[in-house]
Design a binder for this molecule. Structure first.
Ligand SMILES: [Mn+2]
Length: 350
C-alpha cells in the first residue's frame, strides 16, 4: 500500500472512531515514546479527535521533560482499556503479545505503523517500511508536508527528533542507504530552532548511582588472552557489591547498558562480556562483539545458556555465584578452539 493511500484510510478511520487507544511495545525506548506522542499530536491537533496513550509498562523518569509525557498512562494491564476502545493504534511493533502482560484478547479494529522486519501479527490496516526509526516513518506519512504545523508546534518536532535520535544512536548508526534521514533532521531542527546539545540534555541523563556503578564495572574490567581466541574483555558486579551498596535493579540495568558500549571500544579487543547477578539467584551475561571478533550468539548457544544476535547475545546462568559463572565460561574457552566461532563476514543480524 502506498503511503498516501494509508494516510487517507488512517484519517478516515480516526474520524469515525470514538474511543481511540494508542500504544507501543512494553519497555518503551525513545523511538517508542516519540512515535506515540507524534501520532497523538497528529490525531488531536490535525484531525481534531481525542485519543489516549496507554502502555503496559512501568513509568520512567527519562522523558519527564517532554510536554504531554504526563498524559501517557502506564498500567499493569491494558486489556481493560482495549475492551473499551473502537480503534487501537500500535506503533513501533507488530504484535498483540508484546503490548500487554498477556496477549490482547478481542482487539478492536487495529492500525499499525512499524519500521521493523519482524511482523508477528497482521493488523487490519498496516503500514510497514524499513526506516531508521518508526518516528522517521511517522514524519514521512503525516508531517513531511506540514512545515507550518511543525513550526507552530515545537513539541511535535521534539517528539520526532526523540525517536529518530534514539534509534540511530544520535545519528551514529546510519548507513549510506539511510542518508535521507539527515535531510529530515536538518529540516526539523531548522523549523524548531533546535539546539541539539540542549535538546539531548533534556533526557539523555543517568542517575548518579548508575555512574558510580559504571565506575565499579570499569574498575573490574580485565583483558584476557587465551589460546587462539581473539583478545576479549570481561567485567562483572558481584552479589556482595549489590547487597553492600543496596543497588536497585533499575540502576544495574542503566549502568549495564552504558558499560556494554565499552566492550567494543578497546584497541585490539574485539569482543567481551559482562556478568551481573539477577534477583532470582542466577547470573545474567551480556556478550558483545565487533565484526572482527567472534559469533557470540553461537558461543552462548554452545554454552547452553542463551542466544541472540551474532554480535550481541544474552544469557542466564543458573548459578547464584558470579565468580563461578565466570570460571565456567573461561573453562569452556580454555578447552575449546575459537575456530568455529570466528566471524567470516557471515553475519546474520536479524
Ligand atoms: Mn523503533
Amino acid at each position: 500500500m502506498e503511503k498516501e493511500e494509508f494516510k487517507k484510510k488512517f484519517d478516515e478511520k480516526v474520524k469515525n472512531s470514538k474511543n481511540i487507544i494508542i500504544t507501543s511495545h512494553q519497555g518503551p525506548d525513545d523511538d517508542s515514546i516519540g512515535s506515540v506522542l507524534s501520532v497523538y499530536y497528529y490525531i488531536t491537533l490535525l484531525l481534531k479527535q481525542n485519543a489516549k496513550i496507554v502502555y503496559f509498562s512501568e513509568k520512567k523518569e527519562r522523558w519527564k521533560n517532554f510536554e504531554d509525557y504526563d498524559k501517557i498512562v502506564f498500567l499493569n494491564d491494558i486489556q481493560e482499556e482495549i475492551d473499551k476502545a473502537d480503534l487501537l493504534i500500535v506503533l513501533d511493533v507488530s504484535s498483540y503479545s508484546r503490548i500487554n502482560k498477556k496477549r490482547i484478547q478481542n482487539p478492536p479494529y487495529t492500525i499499525g505503523i512499524d519500521h521493523h522486519k519482524t511482523i508477528e501479527d497482521d493488523f487490519d490496516l498496516h503500514y510497514i517500511e524499513h526506516k531508521t526509526s518508526n518516528s522517521e516513518l511517522i514524519y514521512d506519512i503525516f508531517y513531511s508536508k506540514e512545515d507550518e504545523i511543525l513550526k507552530q508546534n515545537k513539541k511535535i518536532i521534539e517528539a520526532l527528533l526523540l525517536g529518530i535520535l534514539g534509534d540511530t544512536g544520535n545519528l551514529r548508526y546510519i548507513d549510506y542507504t539511510q542518508k535521507e534521514v539527515l535531510n529530515k533532521v536538518s529540516k526539523l531542527i531548522d523549523l524548531g530552532k533546535i539546539n541539539v546539545d540542549e535538546f539531548e540534555n533534556k533526557y539523555q541523563k543517568n542517575d548518579y548511582e548508575s555512574l558510580k556503578l559504571l565506575g565499579e564495572m570499569l574498575k573490574n574490567l580485565k583483558i584476557y588472552n587465551i589460546g587462539d581466541w581473539p583478545k576479549f574483555a570481561v567485567s562483572y558486579i558481584t552479589k556482595d557489591y549489590i547487597k553492600e551498596y543496596n543497588i536497585k535493579q533499575k540502576t544495574l540495568t542503566e549502568a549495564s547498558a552504558e558499560f556494554k558500549k565499552y566492550l567494543k571500544q578497546i584497541w585490539n579487543v574485539e569482543w567481551g562480556f559482562l556478568l551481573t547477578p539477577r534477583t532470582d539467584y542466577s547470573v545474567s551475561v551480556s556478550f558483545r562483539s565487533t565484526p572482527k571478533g567472534i559469533n557470540v550468539r553461537l558461543l552462548s548457544e554452545k554454552l547452553q545458556i542463551g542466544g541472540g544476535h551474532d554480535l550481541a547475545s544474552g544469557a542466564t546462568i543458573k548459578n547464584p555465584s558470579v565468580e563461578e559463572s565466570l570460571e565456567m565460561i573461561l573453562n569452556f574457552i580454555k578447552k575449546n578452539s575459537s575456530k568455529e566461532f570466528i566471524l567470516n563476514n557471515n553475519l546474520n543480524n536479524n
